[in-house]
Design a protein around this ligand. Sequence first.
Ligand SMILES: Cc1cc2nc3c(=O)[nH]c(=O)nc-3n(C[C@H](O)[C@H](O)[C@H](O)COP(=O)(O)O)c2cc1C
Length: 158
Amino acid sequence: MPYDRPNAKTPVPDCTSLPDLGRGGRMITQLLYTSVSRYHRGHPSDIDILQHALSHNRPSEITGYLLRDLRSFCQLIEGPEQKVEALFRRISMDPLHYDVVTRMRRAVPKRAFLGWSMGYGSLSQKDSDFLSKRFAEGPRGTLVAFNRIGRLAAGGAA
Ligand SMILES: Cc1cc2nc3c(=O)[nH]c(=O)nc-3n(C[C@H](O)[C@H](O)[C@H](O)COP(=O)(O)O)c2cc1C
């Protein structure tokens, strides 16, 4: 599994205290996590996940993006704080995956994925390795990873 897992030697960087990007207006919460999938990419349970996301996220004002490599997930969910936290509690308990690690949680003035109830894309091994290395670097690396995810989601060269 390519993402770095927490253990005694490599503590999970505290990416939960990144500064807000601005003030005023209604801030929204962005939460980025990684996890290990119980099943391989292309398993029918991926369709179930997306169906849940498509029916649940819009009424909850949640947008985001789900990236998947062969054995792991990387998902960004964003929206009103309480709704994001409620969804993340549900997702964290889902037996379809494990080793759920929060990589970033912050309040921002604007959504990154406006218009996507939940986008979905495959991660190449190269991109997966890149993200894993950035996550291991701490908050700055996590921001670089976040920007790469945005470009991958937009379908551009990362
Ligand atoms: C990697 C992953 C991502 C998920 N993303 C979402 C999501 O964005 N929205 C959602 O409603 N459910 C998502 N789910 C499914 C939830 O964990 C949960 O099964 C679903 O919301 C149904 O919950 P309920 O049975 O309590 O209604 C995801 C599950 C996994 C494993």
